[in-house]
Design a protein around this ligand. Structure first.
Ligand code: IVH
Length: 687
């Protein structure tokens, strides 16, 4: 077979597992690179899955051949208890700053003194100054062996496991197995790990809805994600990297010019920013600075300036250092997206679990082309710590397109008319007393019928991570609560077509989609349903543990605190939260309303039986499309409970394709391979 880009598919019969594993890893790494770095895949997702599954299967059969650099290990290894220290092979230097063209020309003038001829012609490379986290990647004989943070420039922290989860970080170089370049015996590369802005916004929005940590800006999010002791958390974050420097090498000749070094990195398969530019004069650099400043808000990553490097690296190095800053390069920073303005007041926003969050009302101020009127103040402890007062002149920062935040007050500008910000004693919406939970920074409104909490809870209930109701947007929930059609969560299942059609903007089609989405969601698993109830500390992982243990929401409701704490992974805080939720009469009534609407409270009997049967032992299934009664998770649990195996993609090793409605390419593939296709009823009959 010949792959779409003309390469021969070298899969050979008769290869030993070790050879085939090595070959599969190379191919998979190459396709990851085509997909994530070049953005131009040459095989379909299904073909990729087939390669990946073949590797997975071979590694399962030959556990001794699993190595940490295998693409199967990118999903994240076991958590660490602490990061080890790493001494860098050469200092990881920083840069001196320039803030405008005059500073740039002054820098050029200054370095003249150290050049063979002060007025000699120099050429430069201008690179985007990425606002992420510097990392140092070590490759030995072409394999990624260690990744570290910058730390103090001499000693950093070993974050190898986390960096392995980033698909754009090559595990082997050259990434292209057909490359003519030799694998460098030793190469240390410097780069910047960051969150693309669009991904950051989606990610943060999800964190917000799930009431997890919302990050202040993409840089903090990148740094927080990389410094997780549990690499499985890092693996779930959409991080990427650009590389821009060679720190150390051995056994290879590297190009002398920075422009050629960037190309060398690129040829080895490292992601290198395509925004970098060659400049034949210092004036060209100044022009680029201006051009990038204009377009900085259109770039999908945070750029806080332009790094200017003398192209001739040996010459640049001969200029020496000032402290930790090499003379041969300079960072031209963009003016900070920061302004001062007056804090006019604080508005209290009510969250899903009743968190009362302070939000700053500002005298409108233009920052980076956007008028800012609101900013987050995080929580009341933070306000007290920074001593922010109403009437203060405050520094507001806008990082990328994220929610602006208050850096702090300018205390020198006070005229003693400022007022201290008191934490709320009552919910501003329903008026019930506010509550502070010992050990938590948040202040809560404790009234489950609070109208604002209801809007937030509906928003969460229908969201992707919870019941995933098609056609039910954020605004729909707010509108339904506002007009009184939804007074509690369960009301969304009692909406009539007539009620909805009477609302402004709700035409036949929209109403149809909404009702279909609601109907379909009644089949969601009890794990999703429990998650969607929004019980404090019960996200989808905890919900999974609880349903695994108790099998149904009713059995869970009967469990006392001691019983809950017996469950692996459930601590006292969660146990108290769960028991007090179920102890509340209003919640019991709500559950009955859900039951009457037809939601699923229990895991399907047979799936709950554990490995009670071996009827499906030795059989491999793939699931596709929407099944009439089971969710895919339930079908998987059912198959596994009967000894069967479920994999992600169809191959010649698949015994059955379990297909529901809207089955797509997997169905076509199964048909072409002659795999038996069954429906849910057939599956149930097999056991
Ligand atoms: S070169 C001697 N190039 O900016 C080499 N740094 O203010 C010094 N940075 O610590 C670094 N993008 O974290 C270089 N294209 C780029 C960069 C870059 C971002 C960061 C880096 C450095 C800081 C210096």
């Amino acid at each position: 077979m010949v792959l779409p880009d003309g390469r021969a598919d070298t899969k050979l019969i008769g290869m030993n597992p070790q050879e085939r594993i090595a070959q599969l890893r190379d191919e998979i790494n190459y396709h990851l690179y085509r997909y994530h770095v070049l953005d131009s895949p040459v095989i379909s997702d299904a073909e990729y899955d087939a390669l990946y599954n073949e590797l997975l299967a071979l590694e399962e059969e030959n556990p001794a051949l699993v190595t940490p650099d295998s693409p199967t290990q990118r999903a994240g290894a076991e958590p660490l208890s602490a990061f080890a220290k790493v001494t860098h092979p050469a200092p990881i230097l920083s840069l001196s700053n320039a803030f405008n063209a005059a500073d740039l020309f002054a820098w050029r003038q200054r370095i003249g003194r150290y050049l063979p001829d002060p007025n000699m012609d120099l050429d430069y490379v201008a690179e985007p100054k990425l606002d992420g986290l510097t990392v140092v990647l070590t490759y030995e004989n072409g394999r990624f062996t260690q990744g570290a943070t910058r730390g103090n420039g001499e000693v950093g922290e070993d974050i190898t496991q986390n960096l392995r989860t980033i698909t754009a970080v090559p595990q082997r170089i050259p990434v292209d197995p057909q490359s003519d370049l030799p694998a460098p015996p030793y190469l240390v590369v410097r780069g910047e790990v960051f969150f693309p802005l669009d991904k950051f916004e989606q990610f943060n929005e999800r964190q917000r809805v799930e009431e997890r940590q919302v990050y202040m800006n993409p840089r903090n999010a990148a740094s927080g994600s990389l410094r997780q002791l549990d690499p499985r958390i890092t693996a779930g974050r959409p991080l990427t990297i650009f590389c821009y420097d060679l720190v150390a090498w051995d056994g290879i000749d590297v190009p002398d010019h920075q422009w050629d070094r960037l190309n060398y990195l690129r040829q080895l398969g490292f992601p290198v920013s395509s925004d970098s530019q060659y400049c034949e004069s210092i004036q060209a650099v100044a022009d680029i600075y201006n051009a990038w400043f204009e377009k900085r808000n259109q770039i999908n990553y945070e750029v806080d300036g332009v790094v200017v490097k003398i192209n001739d690296r040996p010459l640049a190095e001969s200029l020496g250092y000032v402290g930790k800053d090499p003379r041969g390069a300079v960072a031209m920073k963009f003016p900070a997206q920061e302004k001062t303005t007056k804090l006019l007041g604080v508005q209290v926003n009510v969250g899903r679990t009743g968190i009362l969050a302070p939000n700053a009302l500002l005298e409108p101020v233009e920052i980076g082309g956007v008028v800012v009127r609101n900013a987050t103040l995080h929580n009341y402890d933070e306000i007290a710590r920074k001593d922010i007062r109403i009437g203060d002149t405050v520094i507001v920062k806008r990082a990328g397109d994220v929610i602006p935040y208050i850096v702090g007050p300018v205390a020198d500008l006070r005229d003693s008319s400022e007022r201290v910000i008191e934490p709320p004693t009552h919910c501003p919406v329903c008026g019930e007393p506010a509550l502070r939970v010992p050990g938590e920074v948040a202040i809560y409104c404790d009234n489950p019928s609070c109208p604002e909490q209801l809007v937030r809870r509906v928003e969460y209930f229908v969201s992707r991570g919870a019941m995933d109701i098609d056609g039910f947007g954020t605004k729909t929930g707010a509108l339904l609560a506002e007009v009184g059609l939804v007074k509690d969560l369960a009301d969304i299942y009692y909406l009539s077509r007539e009620d909805l059609l009477a609302l402004e903007g709700f035409k036949d089609k929209k109403v149809g989609n909404l009702l279909n989405g609601l109907e379909a969601s009644k089949n969601q698993s009890p794990v999703r349903f429990l998650t969607a109830l929004g019980i404090r500390f019960v996200g989808n992982v905890v919900a999974g543990l609880l349903i695994d243990e108790f099998g149904s929401i009713d059995a869970l409701a009967e469990a006392d605190q001691a019983r809950l704490e017996e469950v692996e992974g459930i601590g006292p805080g969660t146990a108290v939260s769960v028991t007090s939720w179920f102890a509340d009469e209003r919640h019991r009534a709500l559950l009955e309303k859900f039951r009457a609407a037809g939601l699923k409270f229990a895991v399907e009997k047979s799936a709950q039986d554990g490995a009670a049967s071996t009827a499906l032992a030795g059989l491999t299934f793939v699931i596709t499309g929407t099944l009439p009664t089971m969710s895919r998770d339930e079908a998987k649990a059912f198959i596994e409970a009967h000894g069967g195996k479920v994999t992600g993609s169809v191959s010649k090793n698949t015994d059955f394709l379990l297909a529901g409605e809207k089955a797509g390419s997997k169905l076509t593939k199964a048909e072409s391979l002659g795999v038996s296709i069954i429906d849910e009823a057939k599956l149930l009959n097999m056991t």
